[in-house]
Design a protein. Sequence first.
Length: 239
Amino acid sequence: MEKKEQLYEGKAKKVYATDDPELLIVSYKDDATAFNGKKKGTIAGKGIINNEMSNRLMRKLEKAGVPTHYVEELNERETLVKKVQIVPLEVIVRNISTGSFCKRYGFPEGVVFDEPTVEYSYKNDELNDPLICESHVLAMKLTTRGELETIRTYALRVNEVLKEFWRSCGVTLVDFKLEFGRLPDGTIILADEISPDTSRLWDAETGKKLDKDRFRQDLGGVEDAYAEIMGRLKAQDHA
Ligand code: 5GP
């Protein structure tokens, strides 16, 4: 597969065209941003960890019936993926209250929900990715009703699969963000990445944060936390 021109550079990844119009190459960077780009830094080795972790988790999800953009890992930072039209929604699933949920509602931290929550943010940097309700998604025709149902069903399935897998690693899956895309025939598939950049992962015993919140909140030990969570995953993922 030949890597051609760079199409896009995001906060954590670059995207390249290939000689196949239906496939792209994503290349994971060590750059880290938070608070809509206001905080910037580098997490050494993050790109390598996020590439491998996202690929391993997406292979697991495929087996569990969630279609993804994953095609093939090319090297330690680069992966071949299916080209999609990204749905401009961040799909957030929560098992435990923290982060913007607590801030928005003045709700206590660390409450375990009886059922996972699903919410959507409208992906728009200028507007700071505002929370959006289903009827507004449909009013702006960001998705059809059927697509939104599919997205919600997949998001909850991802939560079931990953919650159980992370539990087996001694890790609590607190919450995470997903992005979906459409194939040329309209099929909805999981896209973007699943990593400690996009998930909150706490040690099940101690509650220690093993994710990007260490960077966001200046907790220190960021690189070590990424290495630790990757080690836990590899010890448990035999696929
Ligand atoms: P919160 O809304 O509490 O800030 O985040 C909920 C979950 O979604 C967290 O796991 C967080 O990492 C993820 N998340 C929400 N928005 C973004 C975003 O813009 N970028 C990334 N990488 N993750 C996000």
